[in-house]
Design a protein around this ligand. Structure first.
Ligand SMILES: CC(C)(COP(=O)(O)OP(=O)(O)OC[C@H]1O[C@@H](n2cnc3c(N)ncnc32)[C@H](O)[C@@H]1OP(=O)(O)O)[C@@H](O)C(=O)NCCC(=O)NCCS
Length: 157
């Protein structure tokens, strides 16, 4: 597996990963829905902007997963917003590549990048019941807020 920094050229793949994140509990949403949803687009539009960072994993030349963070202003915040200088993460791995440590490796690479860049922290939103929570807890994220049926988690760096 190769991990590289995400660029604007990765946006079509990141869009697929947003769809995976929205569909973590089953096929509830379509790509057309993601394209039309203003909240979903906040994780994609203009990436990478100032303060954004991301990594993509590829196996045999095929993209299999990505973790990226958006440093968005409060008036364009995502579900897991904490502060404008704390990038909010989206994470996902294509279904056929799950359970092999790819998300763990991506998250660890992203945390290293964020540390090197002097970021004060990283945040995210995780819905009740999503096993991804374990991944985040292992990396040191702690619950810092609640919105609907989701927890906001924060990793201070
Ligand atoms: C969550 C997700 C990114 C994990 O990717 P992965 O590469 O399979 O993860 P890893 O192999 O590094 O395992 C890390 C943790 O992910 C979870 N996980 C592993 N395989 C999984 C699977 N097939 N389905 C769901 N969660 C899984 C487990 O909690 C695992 O921790 P554990 O080993 O202590 O049980 C992936 O299942 C996914 O893309 N899910 C849909 C999108 C999503 O939910 N994104 C997060 C939104 S907050």
């Amino acid at each position: 597996m190769l991990i590289r920094e995400a660029t604007a050229a990765d946006l079509p793949f990141l869009e697929l990963i947003v769809l995976e994140a929205y569909n973590w509990s089953g096929p509830r949403f379509t790509l057309d829905w993601v394209r039309a949803d203003p909240m979903a687009q906040r994780y994609l539009d203009g990436f990478p902007g100032p303060g954004d960072l991301g990594v993509v994993a590829a196996v045999d030349g095929h993209d299999v997963g990505a973790v990226w963070g958006r440093a968005l202003p409060a008036d364009r915040a995502g579900y897991g917003f904490v502060a404008p200088d704390i990038p909010e993460l989206t994470a996902g791995v294509v279904p056929c590549a799950r359970g092999r440590g790819i998300a763990s490796a991506l998250l660890s690479a992203l945390i290293d990048l964020a540390r090197q860049g002097g970021r004060p922290g990283l945040s995210l939103s995780v819905e009740d019941g999503n096993a991804a929570r374990r991944l985040y807890e292992r990396a040191g994220f702690v619950v810092t807020g609640r919105e609907g049926n989701s927890d906001t988690m924060l990793l201070r760096l």
